[in-house]
Design a protein around this ligand. Sequence first.
Ligand code: FES
Length: 313
Amino acid sequence: MIQVTISKKSPLTQNICRLNLSATDGSQLPKATPGSHIDVHLPNDIIRQYSLCSEADSSDYEIAVLNEPQGRGGSKYVHENLKVGDTITISEPKNLFPLSSDAKNTLLVAAGIGITPILSMAEYLLQQGANFSLHYCVKSPEQAAYIERIKNSGLAPHTHFYFSENGRVNLSDVIQTPYDDLHLYVCGPAEFNDAVIACASEKNWQAENIHREYFTAAAIDHSDDESFEIEINSTSDIFRVSADESILNVLEEKGYDIPVACEEGVCGTCLTGLLAGEADHKDVFLTDQEHAKMDQITPCCSRAKSARLKLDL
Ligand code: FES
């Protein structure tokens, strides 16, 4: 964990603010690779993940936070309570959305606040002299975070903006015909990511060339949730998970310390090995291929299709 001080806070758009964070003890912050995020431990006991979009020559970390009044309180707290000079705790950078070293060409697609990891990738690729294009879908120029940074940099010739108030973009124009060393990176709301992945699949993209990061999950339908059992491999203890509680609730109640952050199947922090049983995967962190392997589960939101799951704990 790292203690950081908010050195700057400024609006990027009407509802997105930018925070610059520097190490409270004056030390150098760990280097982050493009696509990295940090867990931000807010003083109201909420942990949120934010992608790093620091400028190349900056020693600070920079994050951009969209105010989501209907959310669970993290972004509202950042917007309304955090101020310059406050000290907060963050994790070291983690990268679950890294650029592939195999890619010779890269198609970067962002929607809304999903621009944050995509922007750090684009700036890195530009610096490397790599072949890439950046496609930024957003409701209007006024709502586009970092529009000036993009327009006033060498990124401009690589960038295509798609402004659409209703959020509809003809993805067929964005997703080109695949070839072996072309990799696609998409970050946006769940429905946007799903639509991009569906369009790429229709165009016969290989799953391993499609990389995605979700920053919010679509609402999870719990209407058909049923009770099931979990078995702990190391102790053979068996616990019942009722229809209205999560695996995580039960594990915490029984004294298991499971690392958690988003609690909605987005970040993968709670990922736990699955040794037997059929999971009802409800997360967006694992890919369809990883879900099909049935060897990992996100206990914060996923459940069981079989009567019992054996967890590698
Ligand atoms: S805590 Fe984020 S996926 Fe479970």
